[in-house]
Write a protein that binds this ligand. Structure first.
Ligand SMILES: NC(=O)c1ccc[n+]([C@@H]2O[C@H](COP(=O)([O-])OP(=O)(O)OC[C@H]3O[C@@H](n4cnc5c(N)ncnc54)[C@H](O)[C@@H]3O)[C@@H](O)[C@H]2O)c1
Length: 346
């Protein structure tokens, strides 16, 4: 299959690109190379004859038309987005532009391409979204695919809007779509402004490890390579016009996750133990959702998909990856906003 992946120089998109190429798919990576992108993430496949890169913005309709016509993909996997909640609080405009306008333009370009090709039945537009569109849970319950949307941040609202556009393009124009809403990812190549790499890198530097509020917020942690596997599974086997929730079956509070990372670092760098002494509670994020949890029944029963690692295994692999790849993350620490506290406006 030839797959056009948007956002393939980012964290999850690059995991999809690496996995798809390793499974023999042709991949066209379309990425605007924003502050969050890193082409090193796909260096392992960039020389492959199966891989092509297009430096382009999904908001550029002419570029999308040209790329689709030139590469003639069988599927589009749409991951390009502004993705950091804290940045969406400080500057929501970029999220409206990339996540809503960008998805609209990509949908229109994909529709024109699909219609121009005679509406091939096998074509798929796979929209990759987040469980954050469902809002916040209390202590009980899980998000199903039928949970009403109730986004609370500019980021999740922009993703919710993009989900609605994709659904409408399927209903109105018949565009063949599948959709996924996924929980928090972690793993190799995670940009160093997100919680897991921030904790690892602060702990390694012997600096205070910031934990928002009291650290009681619960997330369902999914190893990024398991997410990439789930996305290819949904692309290949998912029922047309259906959405699938993807979770790691690994709920943990932020504080427990931070302590887990510190525990792995205590084993790897015992001379600096206990790293948990560096934990420092800081002002909470405005509108910080308390709990997300995924009910994975649909993807596990219909598509027979399950995550392959526990959060303990995945965190140990992730810490080891950061210990082995200092060149990768140190080059990104100079990028705009990295290391600064963002998203405190309310
Ligand atoms: N990170 C998570 O835990 C998580 C969980 C569920 C869903 N998602 C979704 O998965 C997708 C990927 O997330 P991520 O964490 O890899 O994000 P990321 O920020 O690491 O990567 C996003 C990529 O998209 C590119 N991009 C941004 N705007 C673009 C534009 N206008 N045109 C072309 N490329 C553009 C960036 O350059 C970057 O390479 C997003 O749609 C996000 O909403 C993320």
């Amino acid at each position: 299959m030839k797959i056009l992946v948007t956002g393939g120089a980012g964290f999850i998109g690059s995991a999809v690109v690496r996995l798809a190429v390793s499974r023999g798919h042709d991949v066209v990576n379309v990425d605007a190379l924003t502050y969050a992108a890193c082409l090193e993430n796909v260096a392992s496949v960039s020389e492959s004859p199966l891989y092509a890169f297009e430096h382009a913005d999904i908001c550029d309709r002419a570029a999308m038309d040209r790329i689709l016509a030139a590469h003639k993909p069988d599927a589009v996997m749409h991951l390009a987005a502004e993705s950091h909640v804290d940045r969406s609080i400080d500057g929501p405009g970029a999220f409206i532009q990339a996540n809503i306008t960008g998805t609209y333009i990509l949908l229109e370009a994909a529709r024109a391409y699909w219609e121009g090709a005679g509406k091939p039945e096998g074509f798929r537009f796979h929209h990759i979204s987040t469980d954050e569109v469902f809002g916040s849970l209390g202590a009980e319950g899980q998000f199903t695919e039928d949970t009403p949307y109730a986004p609370n941040s500019p980021y999740s609202a922009s993703k919710a809007a993009s989900d609605h556009l994709v659904r409408a393009w399927a209903e109105t124009y018949g565009l063949p779509v599948v959709m996924t809403n996924c929980s928090n990812n972690y793993g190799p190549y995670h940009f160093p402004e997100k919680l897991v790499p921030v904790v690892i890198l602060k702990a390694l530097a012997g600096e205070a490890i910031p934990v928002y509020g009291t650290g009681e917020n619960v997330r369902d942690w999914l190893y990024v390579e398991d997410h990439a596997d789930a996305l290819l599974c949904v692309l290949e086997k998912g029922v047309l016009n259906r959405s699938y929730n993807v979770g790691g079956e690994n709920e943990a509070t932020n504080l427990d996750l931070v302590k887990m990372i510190c525990g792995v670092l205590d084993q790897r760098r015992p001379e600096n133990a206990p790293h948990a002494d560096l934990i420092s509670f800081v002002a909470d994020r405005p509108g910080h959702d308390l709990r997300y949890a995924i009910d994975p029944t649909r993807i596990s029963t219909e598509l027979n998909w399950r995550p392959s690692v526990t959060v303990e295994e995945g965190i140990a692999k992730t810490v080891d990856w950061y210990l082995d790849n200092q060149d990768w993350w140190s080059a990104l620490q100079n990028r705009d906003g990295v290391g600064a506290r963002l998203g405190t406006k309310s």
